[in-house]
Design a binder for this molecule. Sequence first.
Ligand code: ADP
Length: 477
Amino acid sequence: MNPYRASLLFIAPECAPLVKTGGLGDVCAALPPALRALGIDARVLMPGYRNVLHGVSSRRVGRARLLGRDVELLEARLEDVPLLVLDCPALYDRPGGPYQDERGADWPDNDERFAVLSRAAALLATGASPLEWRPELVHCNDWQSALVPVYLALESQPARPRTILTIHNLAFQGNFDAGALERAGLPASLHTVEGLEFYGKVSFLKGGLLHADALTTVSPTYAREIQHAGQGCGMEGVLSRRSADLHGILNGIDERVWDPARDPHLAARYAHGDLEGKRANKAALQARMGLDADASVPLFGCVGRMTEQKGTDLIIEAGGELARLGQLAIVGAGSPALQEAARALAARHPGRIAVHVGFSEPLAHLVEAGADLFLMPSRYEPCGLNQMYSQRYGTPPIARATGGLSDTIVEGATGFLFGPASAAALVEAARRALACYADGAAWRRIQLAGMSRDFSWGAAARRYADLYRKLAIPQPA
Ligand code: ADP
């Protein structure tokens, strides 16, 4: 089939390495270049956060007044991808994170911040754009850009671009007080159950779910799960009505960044053909975390947000048992109560359990390489990246059978899955994994099977390109 050369505006609420709070930042960094490699003219739009303004060199290409704010559009490049930065210092140039201040409280004007981003994207997609370049498709990500399809639906333009909204985590919905509609410049008539009203609030995400031409989420299993009450987060009705337009497309991983053969954060590099370097990484991880130096004890690792979603509480509850079975290295930050509980657990098991509270990219890489087994007992998991990294690093995952974990781990062949969200089920799966670990040849087969899987973005990008092609407006001959 001929390459599909559409022009695409990809909206990135965060983008690694400039700004990242989780997997969304990784996706926004990796998917656009993979789409460009297929011939799609993908350009990224992101807010002018402080780190973005300081992290790229740019030139001004336009200005506009949006929702009462003067904004400027800057043009830059992120590696080979054209980047459009929405500069509005009053909204984005702040210390702290993209959605929260330095103490972890949501910015009080998040509705305005992301309504302006969405409004800017809608402007770029119409005749009023300050750029000559016009996208045929707009790819929105999560609630932060979910108003784009709403704004475009209100435009009278006949040839508006097609919109895709990807749900990275349905739990984040951008729900605000009723005044948010007016602040976003949207008509009060949208404040209905058929519109953006959601349990008395205004939901940006719901607006996108209703109005985008296509919806995607980041794994086929999660696409099914969110159409039901257990994981639908209240949106299951809307999502099941749009079932025919909802597609599950697995994320890939950035294989340039997550490659044990050239990872600069490792103590030693290694590859499929020779896993010897893993030993040095285990020793380095034990030293770095203050675990006993012992090559023979199995080492469980875990990296991620400390939340109930990720099952951090299950790991803590299972901690005593895991410390009997081996060592445990936990790297993460999140809920203060879970951080405290993790620290207390480590204090009870010196040399056997260690915790690093905080965000550390180098340490995350070292855990993937130095641990023997990777724990991911998520209660729900839209896609998850760490279990793919761990397979690539020869560190088989032990994970709950949910969402993207079910879709990326082959039970007994590349990792270990368990059902109930309980510490007992986690420990049972850990024992099962250790029985295999004790058999050197069987373990090596599992490591190598995981390492040779294709989790590249190329495969994901081809699925998106197929979807774009189906959505595209036929061009006049
Ligand atoms: P999420 O639901 O948080 O997006 P994912 O598994 O999809 O979960 O992606 C998480 C990403 O964030 C991974 O790249 C992971 O390594 C990284 N990460 C999470 N917490 C930390 C931390 N404390 N230090 C370093 N990296 C982290």
